[in-house]
Design a protein around this ligand. Structure first.
Ligand SMILES: NC(=O)c1ccc[n+]([C@@H]2O[C@H](COP(=O)([O-])OP(=O)(O)OC[C@H]3O[C@@H](n4cnc5c(N)ncnc54)[C@H](O)[C@@H]3O)[C@@H](O)[C@H]2O)c1
Length: 323
């Protein structure tokens, strides 16, 4: 593939998550060229650009877009800081890939989805737990027997202190669990029953919810930041078959009453020891780049991510009303 055939992307943000998974994922795709990088912090800008051999470096993202005319923009950073950047990119009609959450309020999420639709932008929110190779394989095995009857998603962390960030635990982590359940269960949400708690903190750090879907599936959500360690795990159940998995470790598939199960290692299934591959980030980027080429929307476009935000806000609203 010649350089001219590659999708030229410009990246805003050279921070922690971007360097951890997004730059490695983009650099691994043969049909992508990182054409330019922008960061306000010149140290991070040059360190990252040097690492990936990117010559065009900017501290002003508007100037970068004007001069580089990229086919797509990645804007990776804290949502309360990146909101204005995202709005500007959408107003230019640019394809845009961002990290979750889709803003930190429902107002922001609605505006972002509205602008994306108005300017016909191809968009993606990085809900990569839908695209982890291990979990996709287990999901496909279960779906061979029919639609899922119920799914569970637990997200635990050992962070018992107050969460001193602009976004709350729901927007930081809860949205991942909600989005994963939406993907596993399919259908549209038809009801939410929830209970939240503040365990030794001023902010909500425990969320339990039942998500009812219009196709009859039920999602069970359990999130706690006052647990003993970090765990992200799912269960999925279809008639006569079920699977359980930790995205970043391993999964088991059980069918027809078998209690031994078949074990799948996440790195083996993905064919890589790199988190950006087995964690699902590379596949999420592939989906976005393919969508740009095809002129279609990937699965986590802003209109879809808005549905995840609406469920998150419904749970928080129930917490307020049920106090
Ligand atoms: N998908 C996941 O599993 C997952 C996991 C952890 C974090 N995240 C998400 O990642 C995001 C944080 O990303 P990060 O760790 O790379 O953030 P970061 O804060 O480490 O880096 C952001 C960078 O953007 C730069 N920046 C800010 N405003 C800018 C502007 N106007 N122009 C140019 N550069 C600008 C900053 O200088 C900084 O270097 C959050 O949204 C978080 O929710 C996702």
């Amino acid at each position: 593939m010649t350089v001219a055939d590659k999708v030229r992307v410009a990246v805003i943000g050279a921070g922690g998550m971007a360097n951890y998974v997004h730059y490695p994922a983009l650099a691994s795709l043969p049909d992508v060229q990182i054409a330019a990088i922008c960061d306000l912090d010149e140290g991070r800008l040059h360190t990252t650009a040097d690492k990936y051999g990117v010559a065009r470096r900017y501290t002003d993202y508007r100037r970068m877009v004007d001069e580089v005319t990229p086919a797509a923009v990645y804007a990776i950073g804290q949502p309360h800081i990146m909101f204005d950047v995202w709005v500007w990119c959408l107003q230019q009609g640019l394809p845009l890939y961002i990290e979750k959450p889709l803003g930190i309020t429902l107002h922001q999420a609605h505006l972002l989805a509205h602008l994306a639709a108005e300017h016909k932008c191809i968009t993606q929110v990085s809900f990569q737990r839908r695209s982890c190779p291990l979990v996709v394989q287990l999901y496909n095995e279960c779906r061979r027997r029919g639609p899922l009857v119920h799914a569970e998603c637990a997200f635990y962390k050992c962070e018992p202190q107050p969460y001193l960030h602009a976004r709350d635990h729901m927007m930081d982590d809860g949205v991942h669990a909600i989005d994963t359940l939406r993907w596993l269960c399919g259908g549209e949400i038809s009801g939410v029953e929830s209970r939240c708690k503040r365990v030794g903190t001023p902010d909500i750090n425990f969320i339990a919810a039942l998500l009812h879907f219009d196709n009859g599936a039920t999602g069970v959500l359990l999130n706690s930041w006052t647990s003993g360690r970090r765990i992200f795990k799912v269960e999925m159940h279809a008639p006569g078959i079920c699977a359980e998995a930790e995205h970043e470790r391993a999964g088991w598939l059980y069918a027809d009453g078998d209690t031994q199960g078949v074990r799948f290692d996440t790195r083996t299934v993905a064919g890589s020891d790199e988190l950006y591959v087995y964690g699902g980030f590379q596949a999420k980027h592939c989906e976005f780049i393919d969508a740009i080429k095809a002129g279609t929307q990937p699965s986590s476009h802003f209109g879809d991510a808005l549905k995840t935000m609406e469920i998150a806000e419904t749970i928080l609203a129930q917490a307020l009303l049920n106090r």
